[in-house]
Structure formats: structure tokens, C-alpha cells
Design a protein around this ligand. Structure first.
Ligand code: ZN
Ligand code: ZN
Length: 337
């Protein structure tokens, strides 16, 4: 089968590999669409720490069940999305249902070979049936699931006013799932064009330009009460730290971002609000199923952030263009016949 391998930073090469056959409990997926995100771009750029080459990239994968191994129940021909976080099923996190933070987590396209190829065999527990969705639309499922997980971490309800920090694909996912729960949503970003996009596409309660005085803008929007939930999707330490000062008393902060730095905050500020601070990593099967359901019934849109598409045959050349800083890629999708 045709496969594209990242042999070293900056180099993608075409190679032919054997078509895998599914082992017991596994299903063989014929890949139909591959979403490209920051992880792939950083791996290609060589700035993904602890990344091992050669590696087949690609973890945002949708396709069709081609064949099934022993002990599986899904039907051949079913359209599926692959959950890219493979978990051990035995560790303390897995035993407690938190497969998204398994101690031995293996992410497709990162710790083991991903989906820039024609076929991939994965455990049946790693596929979600996506009947009724378009393959290209499915490329955004991971971003949406990560956003949905952060919303479920904060147990958001219609009583909440939620501030989303960072209007990238994950922030836009969190925004939509907070709205699914009925919350009022305010979005903050340093880029006015992104805020305008959110205003135009989503029914946001307000926007805050992070280049200006955020606290003052929030005070006006919330009549001095401040957001009851802040979800950080920026990957920026200053933005993350600002959460401790811009939160309502009794509120919750969720850090979806991960940065290679220490985060500091004033303990009196933390204490006086009785702040709840939550991490949010990856997403679980429940989150993926919730996303598929919301896409199906139209409560969540997926058309808004795919900016670039290419055919698998042109992947290597397209990728070179997409990784350029001025390419304008929010989300790119590679289509396969
Ligand atoms: Zn991704
Ligand atoms: Zn585990």
C-alpha cells in the first residue's frame, strides 16, 4: 500500500508497505480523509520534543471498515472515525475510565505509525461509527472532541458564563460545546479577525480583544461578576496565568493548553475565589460519541474551519506549502479515493 513516511525533520517520502491484516479484536480501516494539525506540522518541522523518526504521521483519521479480526462486531463497510489515543486498559487511569490520560498512552502518528497510508489496523474500541457524516467533515472531529472534553471537565450548564481563551480550532470546539450546554460564551483572542469570525459564525455573547485590557472588558460584559468558567486554549503562559485574576468567585479554570513552563499565580487570588483548577487532556470515547451525535443533528458545525484540501497523491507538495507560517492554514484535509 502507498505510504508517506516522515523520515527526518523536513522530509516526507513515498514508500510501499504491506497491507496490514487485523489481529484479534482489531479492525482494518481503509483511510478516506486525514486531517492535518499542529502536531503533524511540529513533527515535520522537527520541533516536537521526544519525537522519533522515521514516523508515518497523521492521527485525525476517518475511513471505512475494510475487514475485521476475530472477536469484533462492527460491520464491514461501516464509516468510522479513529480515536487516535490508544490506551493500555490496565493502568490506574484506564481502570477509572480516564483512558484519555492512560499512563502508557500511545498516540497514532506520534508514538506509533499513523494514517498517512491506505490502510490502518486498530483496536475496535478505537473506532466510532459515523454513519451519516461526510468524510471531509470528520477531519475536525478530534479538535471538537478535545473541546468537548474540556466542557465536560468543567461540568458546564446553562447557568454559566464561559470565557474561551484562544480562538483556534480547539477554542472554537470548546465554544460550540459550551453553547450546546446552554452557556453564555465570551471569546478572547489577540487577533481581531478571529474574533470577527466567531461573531459571524457563532452566537457568542461577547468578544474580548486580548491585546487590550481584558479585565476591564470582562467587567463590562459580565456586569462586574466575571466568567464562572475560563477554558484556556492558547498555549500561552501569560494568558493561562491571567485566568486566576479574571474568574468569578466560585469559578472553574480548565487548562487545555500544555506549555513547557511553570505557571504561577497569587494564592490569595486563588483562595478568595475558592478556584477550581482542572487539567484537560485529549478526549474519551464518550466525548467522541457526543461530537458525532452533535454533528449529525446539526447542533455543532464543522464547515467553518477547514481552509485547505489536497489529494493524497499531492500530499508531499501540499504539506510543504501548508507548513509555511504565512500559509493561512487553520485546518487542512487530505482526501483519499
Ligand atoms: Zn490533531
Ligand atoms: Zn492505561
Amino acid at each position: 500500500m502507498n505510504t508517506i513516511v516522515c523520515t527526518k525533520p523536513g522530509l516526507l517520502e513515498h514508500t510501499l508497505k504491506d497491507k496490514p491484516s487485523p489481529l484479534e479484536g482489531e479492525v482494518l480501516v481503509k483511510i478516506k480523509a486525514i486531517g492535518v494539525c499542529g502536531t503533524d506540522i511540529h513533527a515535520y518541522g522537527g520541533n516536537q520534543p521526544y519525537f522519533q523518526y522515521p514516523r508515518v504521521l497523521g492521527h485525525e483519521l476517518s475511513g471505512v471498515i475494510e475487514s475485521t479480526g476475530k472477536g469484533t462486531s462492527i460491520e464491514v463497510g461501516s464509516p468510522v472515525y479513529i480515536i487516535p489515543y490508544l490506551h493500555c486498559g490496565k493502568c490506574i487511569a484506564c481502570r477509572n475510565g480516564k483512558t484519555n490520560c492512560c499512563t502508557d498512552i500511545e498516540v497514532l502518528g506520534v508514538h506509533r505509525d499513523g494514517g498517512m497510508c491506505e490502510y490502518l489496523s486498530v483496536p475496535e474500541s478505537a473506532v466510532v461509527c459515523t454513519e451519516g457524516l461526510e468524510f471531509n467533515d470528520m477531519a475536525v472531529i478530534e479538535c471538537l472532541a478535545i473541546g468537548a472534553h474540556s466542557v465536560s471537565r468543567a461540568k458546564i450548564t446553562s447557568e454559566d458564563t464561559v470565557l474561551i481563551l484562544g480562538a483556534g480550532p480547539i477554542g472554537m470546539g470548546a465554544l460550540q460545546f459550551a453553547q450546546v450546554e446552554g452557556a453564555k460564551v465570551i471569546v478572547s483572542d489577540v487577533r481581531q479577525d478571529k474574533l470577527d469570525f466567531c461573531k459571524a459564525h457563532y452566537n457568542v455573547f461577547g468578544t474580548v480583544n486580548a491585546a487590550e485590557d481584558v479585565n476591564a472588558q470582562l467587567a463590562i460584559l459580565t456586569e462586574g461578576e466575571f466568567p464562572t468558567v475560563i477554558i484556556d486554549c492558547t498555549g500561552n503562559a501569560k494568558a493561562m496565568e491571567s485566568s486566576f485574576y479574571n474568574l468569578a468567585h466560585g469559578g472553574r479554570i480548565v487548562f487545555v493548553s500544555v506549555i513547557k513552563a511553570d505557571i504561577t499565580f497569587s494564592d490569595p487570588e486563588f483562595h478568595k475565589r475558592e478556584t477550581t483548577l482542572l487539567g484537560s487532556r485529549n478526549a474519551t470515547l464518550d466525548d467522541f460519541q457526543h461530537v458525532v451525535k452533535c454533528l449529525r443533528d446539526g447542533t455543532v458545525k464543522c464547515d467553518s474551519f477547514v481552509t485547505h484540501t489536497a489529494k493524497f497523491e499531492n500530499l508531499i507538495n501540499s504539506f510543504k506549502e501548508w507548513v509555511k507560517p504565512d500559509s493561512g492554514v487553520i485546518k487542512a484535509v487530505i482526501e483519499m479515493d
